[in-house]
Design a protein around this ligand. Sequence first.
Ligand code: SF4
Ligand code: SF4
Length: 435
Amino acid sequence: MQRSASFEVKAYPELWKVLDIDIERLDKMRMVLGEVYEKHFLSQENRPKGMAYFDWVISEIHGGRIKEILEAKREGRVVVGIFCIYIPEEIILALDGICIGLCGGSPGTIPDAEKILPRNICPMVKSAFGFKIAKVCPYFQSVDFVCGETTCDAKKKTWEILNEYISTYVMEIPQMKREHDKRLWLEEVKLFIEKMESLSKKKLTLERLLEGIKIMNAKRKALQRLNNLRSFNPALISGKDCLLIEQIAFYDDPIRFTKKVNELCDELEERVKRGEGVKDPQALRIMVSGTPMALPNWKLHNIVESLGGVVVNEESCIGTRYFKDLMPEDFSDLESALKALVDRYMKIDCSCFTPNDERVEQVLKEYRDSKAEGIIYYSLAFCHTYNIEAYKIQKACEKEGIPFLFIETDYSPEDIGQIQTRIEAFFETIRERRR
Ligand code: SF4
Ligand code: SF4
């Protein structure tokens, strides 16, 4: 059943003025976002009731959460903008800070970025940079500083230029996982703690860190719970809705978010008992693996699900890579807690590492756990590390007899027809295996 009421992303012109936003442009963007959201999300049949909260978050994306953030800033809390799941959120939370994953999933700001950055770098970096220079992101306008990292060349060189627009601190992420790389990462974490301590005027203690760890563990457990529920057939929730929740995870209040994800999971567990789903039990079950999909990049999921498939897992940083690993919660001193934190973050199998064979194993594991029937490997254009690593994943999939499709794309709608044709042919291969 189609919803007739039109969805509105709320406007906050007074607030935007305070933040020095390009009001006219953001107003147009929020209207487009509302239309796209209504078309792709609200038109889905039999959505879980618990999605109403996430719809509300989107309707308040340019104001409600921003008001909360500005209120927190007035209380002296530090707001940090990040672009990578390597930035230790536990530390930000421990020092009473707020961590915001900044968006880089829209094509709208890429022409702004291309006035400064080269065209042939990944669209995520260009989109995010464009949001800042075009002054159309209330989050970018609210953060105290951006914490970048050295995961890829496009990012690390962009931070130097971004620093001309907003204070940009950079953490060096090692590219290997030997013992001395871990020591380097521990040193980097300690420097980041110093930075946060000086801005927050608070001292990191074991008690504070444990608080941050508990909040993040609870959030990650809720996301794991949701992801595990995706293994049921018929699918209890669409892949698009799960991707949306994974994207919202990066800027919502973590405690409220965790509560809402758990409430949604309670509802989905009731659906399991009733054998109720959102998709036909015959829908092809697809796992997506590769580069992260920042808000509002819903392109691949839209195509897969409009062709009758269902995405059942994202092996991605906006996906399992963000929440698959938890932290222990029993430490007697700060130093050992920090070492465990370093170990936890070193388990992130980003393609910027060499070698990165644990990712191959992880992809196969997630494929089995999610009961997928095929993998679509997603690489953003000009993302060299994920693009090259596709070779190893493809080889492992071929060895295991897993249907595999490689898609390299950007945010433009131009190649949608071509991708549809390729996915249709891929679906046919999977159907063939079922017969
Ligand atoms: S893909 Fe790598 S660089 Fe990008 S967010 Fe994930 S860990 Fe960070
Ligand atoms: S998608 Fe690839 S190129 Fe783009 S920011 Fe991430 S690691 Fe860098």
